[in-house]
Design a protein around this ligand. Sequence first.
Ligand code: FES
Length: 135
Amino acid sequence: MTDPATRRAVLLATATGAAALAVGCGSDGGGGGGDTSTTSGQELARTTDIPVGGGKIFTDEKVVVTQPTKGDFKAFSAICTHQGCTVGTVADGTIDCPCHGSRFRIQNGAVANGPATRPLPPKQITVDGESIRLA
Ligand code: FES
């Protein structure tokens, strides 16, 4: 289920900005650690990367971060609760799954449109200045 190396390989194969990705991510493995004491958590994004009233999907981390209202950031699993596809877009106030059309509200992950019947589970993030990190 969690295989960031594979996802990263796909990204590297498709993105011309691969060097930027490699430079931006300083950790190799150790994804299971929940220790947030001294080393800062993994930065997902800058607050300015997340549009107000929208969001951004991080496929490598399987997380979607939204900003329903200015300065209010939320995070949810990016795995659709219908059949497990990764959600594909954030538009018009919903997080949309490309597989069968389920849509989830950016405010709370609740189902706005089926066939999914369960909300996207929330994820813990911290906002430190302009950095959004996995908690
Ligand atoms: S897996 Fe998302 S709508 Fe079916």
